[in-house]
Design a binder for this molecule. Structure first.
Ligand code: ASP
Ligand code: MG
Length: 478
């Protein structure tokens, strides 16, 4: 079996330089041998060594739940797929379950057994995608487009680790590619794979995005188009800022930060996989009419490497912005531990039990101990984990020897994200000053190379996002 590649043995090597790699290990969590360049592939001329058809490109198209919700919408999807294939492309389609279906199935599992067996949970929830894959293949056939479905276990898409949150391991794409080359559209249910011991697995909620990127890597696709109910990635939430602009392109790094701080367009894992494997991703809307711009003309938002981003900026004569987007996240809660002994080991004792309970701690602040060798420690956890975290800490209060646990879930995290800040100073101070000018108090700060995040009162979220959107010059001209 091969890893994320099919370049070798594939004939004329038209993807030379695009995606080589593999070994049997796949990519995620291993030393990744997949490398890629991102220059656009040259168009193939008819009559090359591969003969037969004029291949324009190899494209993966992924459709989310709202696009697949019902036979009427599936017919629309089939038409979009058919058009893409009719241009001479080799096409693989990855589909989600119908909107709401996975929730429904999860509820059944919960009703059957509060402590359900994750392996059986996967059997149940993977079924939603099986239905839409079969329906789409049929619908394509009804339009005269050859198509067949490839279930996770049929390719197979091998996964690693736990049921219900499996990670993609290796994909054996040989038969899939042969089928696509013969002119059939390959329809693949997202979300599902096959475990080492031959059982069906699923990849965590939103996992179809990751399936699509993994398939794109495995077949050396030129592009992975993610069709969804929004038409791209915006500078911020357009429901908050009417002047939010759709971005032509963002880098993988930026998208990772935006996805993980609450701008949920793609499953975060799919973005890190795309970055590792060098898959060019486009986010675009499936709700378009006949006159819509072709996906090949890139109407959505491209997610690409920094190098390609530079090239795109040059090509379109755009200046790269210092700040690309502003995200907000209201799903965190703040915990303050007072009078923590200021000695080696006490912070470790606080965070060990949280890690043990798989509670993700985000921002952490420890004040400098002033007197009596005591200090306050402030941090944030997902709101859903707040009660558990609080209980775990109360249990250890005596052992660790701190004063009180104070919690607050009325907070929001606001983040400004942009690769530009790697090389430019002043992004953080602009943020602090703009918020201060409007009387917004900052409770905590964290930074990374391309992100500055602050914690503020939740009630001020919308105001803060608007202020910052203007401050960084992101408002669209009206
Ligand atoms: N159907 C699954 C979910 O709702 C996977 C996906 O759509 O990405 O999470
Ligand atoms: Mg999704």
């Amino acid at each position: 079996m091969r890893g994320f590649t099919s370049a070798d043995g594939h004939g004329s090597g038209w993807r030379d330089g695009r995606l080589h790699g593999g070994g049997g290990n796949g990519c995620i969590g291993h030393a990744c041998t997949v490398t890629a360049t991102t220059e656009p592939r040259q168009q193939m001329q008819a009559g090359d060594s591969r003969g037969k058809r004029r291949i324009v490109a190899r494209i993966v198209m992924k459709f989310g739940g709202t696009s697949m919700a019902g036979t009427e919408r599936i017919r629309r999807v089939a038409q979009i797929v058919r058009k893409q294939q009719a241009g001479g492309n080799e096409v693989a389609v990855v589909v989600s379950a119908m909107a709401g279906e996975t929730d429904r199935l999860v509820n059944f599992a919960r009703e059957a057994h509060a402590l359900y067996d994750p392996a059986e949970y996967d059997v149940v929830v993977a079924s939603g995608e099986q239905v839409t894959a079969g329906l789409l293949a049929m619908t394509l056939q009804s339009l005269g487009t050859p198509a067949r479905s490839w279930l996770g276990w049929q390719m197979p898409i091998r996964t690693l680790e736990a049921h219900a949150k499996a990670r993609v391991g290796t994909i054996d794409a040989d038969r899939l590619i042969a089928s696509m080359e013969s002119g059939a559209v390959a329809v693949i249910p997202g979300f599902q794979g096959l475990s080492d011991d031959g059982r069906i697995t699923t990849m965590g909620r939103g996992g179809s995005d990751t399936s699509a990127v993994a398939v794109a890597a495995a077949i050396g696709a030129d592009r992975c188009d993610i069709y969804t109910d929004v038409d791209g990635v915006y500078t911020t939430d357009p429901r908050i800022v009417a002047k939010a602009r759709k971005l032509k392109a963002v880098t993988y790094e930026e998208m990772l930060e935006l996805a993980s701080v609450g701008a949920k367009v793609l499953q975060t894992r799919s973005v890190s996989l795309a970055m590792k494997a060098g898959v060019r991703v486009q986010v675009l809307s499936s709700f378009t009419d006949e006159s819509a711009v072709s996906a090949d003309d890139l109407p959505g938002t491209l997610i690409v490497s920094d190098t390609e981003m530079d090239a795109l900026a040059k090509e379109h004569d755009m200046e790269r912005q210092l700040v690309t987007g502003i995200a907000h996240d209201k799903n965190e809660a703040k915990i303050i531990l007072t009078r923590v002994p200021d000695r080696p080991g006490s912070v470790a004792e606080i965070f060990e039990p949280l890690a043990g309970a798989s509670i993700n701690v985000d921002m952490i602040i420890q004040n400098v101990g002033r007197d009596k060798g005591e200090t306050d420690v402030t941090f944030t956890v997902p709101q859903a984990d707040l009660a558990r975290a609080q209980a775990l800490l109360e249990d250890r209060r005596e052992a660790i020897g701190f004063g009180r646990v104070i919690t607050d879930s009325n907070i929001a995290k606001i983040s400004v994200v942009g690769v530009g800040m790697k090389s430019h100073a002043g992004v953080a101070s602009t943020m602090f000053k703009s918020l201060a000018d409007r009387g917004i108090n900052i409770q905590a700060i964290t930074t990374s190379e391309i992100k500055v995040s602050v914690l503020i009162d939740e009630d001020e979220t919308e105001l803060a996002v608007r202020i910052l959107h203007t401050a960084y010059g992101l408002d669209a001209e009206s």
